[in-house]
Design a protein around this ligand. Structure first.
Ligand SMILES: [Zn+2]
Length: 286
């Protein structure tokens, strides 16, 4: 998972908010009931492009057709419980964010589905769910402007840098890289953002994809630097070292590459930060 910058809101979404959102807002004012939002799919094209055709959560390349527009704050009721805990459904939240650009992602069917992110939106311990919008606002846009978001427990790739919370690391880094076993590392204190995101999205299911990618990255790394077992003496100066390094990083970390977050962690594990700094080998976070 990596940070996502969506860019400007597409015009069609503002139009949908003005039409479908208006109908929903009027219905909500009259019945004080949760409307069933529609019409937000027009944001999919712009999200697909902004996310380089990859799912916001698993970072696999996904065709646009058939894939959903994902609502980070779910549009038809929010599960406040963690996976496996007794159900705690907050049925009223968050239909009013169905057309809000900053609440939308492109995702794959798997990550959007009920066996992954689904309607989960647990909150930070000790915090309350956001108040429902007051029906006294004349329009949905007025209500959105006055609304204060709550503190979700899941990583929001539109706000957080996921690598601050959750990253793939080798379990056995002192062993030769070809034998590394990859696991997800998160903040160890209590129910952290990293842990909650890993458990709800079941991100460990991508371990085989990470291993398969690492085999390719390691092979290229070894060929590039003429090494075996991935151990480079980067402190031994070489004229071509910087160029080879940047070519390698660009090859595997380009914007359209899948699993860029995991790939960043692979380079970080192969050449740790102190060595990169000493040798002036930049590794920008994706
Ligand atoms: Zn996905």
């Amino acid at each position: 998972m990596i940070r996502i910058v969506r860019g400007p809101e597409p015009k069609g979404l503002a139009t949908a908010r003005a039409s479908k959102g208006k109908v929903a807002w009027t219905a909500y004012q009259k019945a004080k009931d949760r409307p069933d939002p529609t019409g937000y799919q027009c944001a999919k094209e712009a999200l697909h492009i902004a996310q380089n055709k990859k799912c916001a959560y698993c970072e696999m390349v996904v065709p646009k057709g058939g894939a959903p527009v994902e609502h980070f704050r779910p549009k038809d009721g929010a599960f406040r419980h963690m996976r496996g805990a007794p159900e705690d459904l907050d049925a009223e939240h968050y239909w009013w964010l169905a057309w809000s650009w900053e609440n939308l992602f492109f995702s794959c069917v798997r990550c959007n589905g009920k066996n992954a992110k689904g309607n989960y939106f647990p909150l930070n311990a000790g915090t309350c769910a956001a108040a429902l919008p007051a029906t006294t606002h004349a329009t949905l846009d007025d209500a959105l402007a006055a609304w204060t978001p709550d503190h979700g427990l899941l990583i929001d790739p539109g706000v957080d840098d996921p690598l601050d919370h959750l990253r793939w690391v080798p379990l056995n880094p002192s062993k030769p890289p070809a034998t590394w076993i990859w696991t997800l590392k998160f903040e160890s204190s209590g129910l952290s953002k990293g842990r909650a995101t890993k458990e709800i999205l079941k991100l460990e299911e991508f371990a085989d994809d990470v291993v398969a990618r690492f085999e390719k990255v390691l092979g290229d790394f070894e060929r590039t630097f003429g090494l075996t077992n991935g151990r480079a003496n980067f402190l031994r100066a070489s004229k071509l070292r910087s160029k080879k390094w940047s070519d390698l990083v660009n090859r595997w970390m380009g914007p359209k590459e899948p699993l860029r977050g995991a790939t960043w962690s692979m380079f970080d594990a192969l050449v740790p930060e102190p060595t990169r700094t000493a040798c002036n080998l930049p590794l920008p976070r994706p």
